[in-house]
Design a binder for this molecule. Sequence first.
Ligand code: 5AD
Ligand code: FES
Length: 352
Amino acid sequence: MDRHERELIEKLDKEKVLSEKEYEQLIVLRDDEAIKLLSELATKTRKAVFKDEIYTRGLIEISSICKNNCLYCGIRRDNTLAERYRLTKDEILSCAAEGYELGFRTFVLQGGEDPFFSDDVLCDIVTALKSQHPDCAVTLSMGEKSRESYKALYDAGADRYLLRHETADSEHYALLHPKEMSFKNRMRCLDDLKSIGYQVGCGFMVGSPYQTPKTLAKDLYFIQQFKPDMCGIGPFIPHHNTPFRDETQGSLELTLFLLSVIRLMLPEVLLPATTALGTIDPKGREKGIMAGANVVMPNLSPVAVRKKYELYDNKICTGDESAQCRDCLDKRMEMIGCRLAVDRGDAPRIRK
Ligand code: 5AD
Ligand code: FES
């Protein structure tokens, strides 16, 4: 590691703020020694804020139907080979009831932009979930909506919203999305979510096509400015029925490096070790935690539909043997000296 890289890491650790140019240098100059130093500092920071507790969210994939056509995504509209399903309200409530028994206190409803889930339909489900489990947080991850829709869902009881920004560079954004989608609207959504009062998650894929150290530096700078409560980052993994089928998968090493950088930048941020990370490496999620992540999101969807919610190839936890992801992750976390919390796992600013 050269002297400049060491200075950048020390500055990030102490001051929590770098310029866009400095983030770019931090990325370009990284070597094994820099990665190791960052991950040690990030783990120290994670432990100072969260001790050995790892927060969990039960992920319920409520619909594989999507009106959008994002170039990277396996459930894009033009993938006519994708198997489509949507869960009924009763199915969603029974996934949550099962999850509650297992110790989940946050449920994440995620799905494609499926017009069936109108505001009325979703609000009714959120209200029912909150009345059956008043001690739980409900997170939505259902894509772009109007401010009015976000507000209605918030008023119905939704606590949090995940909407990855995907890339903070508008030209890069245009290369990943069809013409009818815009970077500007994505940013509008994130601003609306924040000003309405949600705990908000943004994030991006590592190694998405056309990504460069410059676009990544913009992502880091955006995250520093936006200060999300959560930040979801995982490797890009090609899906065989998308225009990006022949692109290369994102790297494990770069994903871990970026997790460490984000932990140092925002010590209290909720940082999931994602399923995509677990897909590219059998110990990916454990490695993510050891690089600074502090959240895991085991799958609570009915096993019968899991394979159909296929955003990328070879997604883990889709077979019969993964019915109990929570137990699996309990053991995995114990192996690395951590434990799964039975807790809503709110952002620290909410708990204060
Ligand atoms: N590889 C990795 N992540 C993907 N996502 C969508 N498609 C892929 C893919 N091929 C991510 C996007 C989206 C989130 C729900 O899943 O970042 O926001
Ligand atoms: Fe799903 Fe291990 S977390 S089977």
